[in-house]
Design a protein around this ligand. Structure first.
Ligand code: CU
Length: 267
C-alpha cells in the first residue's frame, strides 16, 4: 500500500508517495462499485483542486526517558487515536474520521538509523465503531469489543512485543508502549492500525501515518529535502451523500473507492 517516489525532474519530490487516506481529492475517478451505489456521491460532481494540500506535522517527543533496551535517554512520544470531524472536500460537510492526534494521516514520525524511540499509543476512540463491523470475520466476533486498536509500523524491525500483533489490541481508555530500535536503513515506512478482523475498517477510518527512517547514506545522496520533500498519502474512498465515509457491508474483498484522495492534516 505504500509507494516511494523519487521524481527529481519536478524538483518536488523524493520520498513519500504513500497511500492512505482522504482529503482534498486531487484526482477524481469513478468506479463501478460506487456508481452502482446511489447512496454515494458521484465524484465527477466535485470540483477538483480547490483545497489546499495539507502536510502532516512531524511528531515531537513528549519527553526523553530511559528505556531498558537503549543506552541513555531516548525520545518518547505520546500519540492518541481520536475521532474528529474533518472536511474531505470544500463542498462537503465534515466527515467523521479516526486519526492519530486527531489527524489523518497522523503526525509523521521521523527517526535516524540506530537512534531508538519509544511511543505510548493511546486509544481515545469512542466505544462504538462508525463503520459496520462484520462479526462473521475471524477475530471480529460479536464477543469482542467493537472498538479495538493496535499500531503496527509496516516494515520496521522491532521486538515482537512492539510489533503490533493483530491480537495485541487495546480498547478505548487504554494505551500500549512500543519500542522502535530503528536499526535499519533509510526507508519510507508507515504506521497503521492492525486490529484483528477490523484492520481494514480502522485504516479506512483514518488510522495511518508515515514513519520515515533516515541515515547517512541517504543524506549523502543530496535528495530534495525540507520544503521540497512532500509526504503524500493517496487512497480510495467512497463518500456518501452526507459527506461521510462509506464502507460496504457485509465485507467484500477489494472494493475500490470512488474517490482517489490525497490526504493529510489539517484539512
Ligand atoms: Cu502494514
Amino acid at each position: 500500500m505504500i509507494y516511494k517516489m523519487t521524481n527529481n525532474s519536478t524538483g518536488l519530490s523524493r520520498r513519500a508517495l504513500l497511500l492512505g487516506t482522504m482529503l482534498g481529492p486531487t484526482k477524481l475517478t469513478g468506479s463501478q462499485s460506487c456508481l452502482e451505489n446511489s447512496s454515494c456521491i458521484d465524484p465527477q460532481s466535485l470540483t477538483p483542486f480547490v483545497d489546499r494540500l495539507p502536510i502532516p506535522s512531524v511528531a515531537q517527543p513528549a519527553e526523553y526517558r530511559v528505556h531498558p533496551a537503549a543506552h541513555g535517554k531516548i525520545p518518547h512520544y505520546r500519540i492518541s487515536m481520536r475521532e474528529v470531524a474533518l472536511k474531505i472536500h470544500r463542498d462537503l460537510a465534515p466527515a467523521r474520521i479516526w486519526g492519530y492526534q486527531g489527524c489523518s494521516p497522523g503526525p509523521t514520525i521521523e527517526v535516524r538509523r540506530d537512534h531508538p524511540i519509544s511511543v505510548e499509543w493511546r486509544c481515545e476512540l469512542p466505544n462504538a465503531h462508525f463503520l459496520s463491523v462484520d462479526h462473521t470475520i475471524h477475530g471480529a466476533e460479536a464477543d469482542k469489543p467493537e472498538v479495538r486498536a493496535v499500531v503496527h509500523v509496516h516494515g520496521a524491525k522491532v521486538p515482537p512485543e512492539s510489533d503490533g500483533y493483530p491480537e495485541a489490541w487495546i480498547v478505548p481508555g487504554k494505551s500500549s508502549q512500543s519500542y522502535y530500535p530503528n536499526n535499519q536503513g533509510a526507508a519510507t515506512l508507515w504506521y497503521h492500525d492492525h486490529a484483528m478482523g477490523i484492520t481494514r475498517l480502522n485504516i479506512y477510518a483514518g488510522l495511518l501515518g508515515l514513519y520515515l527512517v533516515r541515515d547517512p547514506e541517504e543524506d549523502a545522496l543530496g535528495l530534495p529535502r525540507g520544503n521540497y520533500e512532500l509526504p503524500l498519502v493517496i487512497c480510495d474512498r467512497m463518500i456518501d451523500r452526507a459527506g461521510q465515509l462509506h464502507y460496504p457491508y457485509p465485507a467484500s474483498p477489494a472494493r475500490p473507492g470512488s474517490l482517489t484522495c490525497l490526504a493529510t492534516p489539517p484539512w
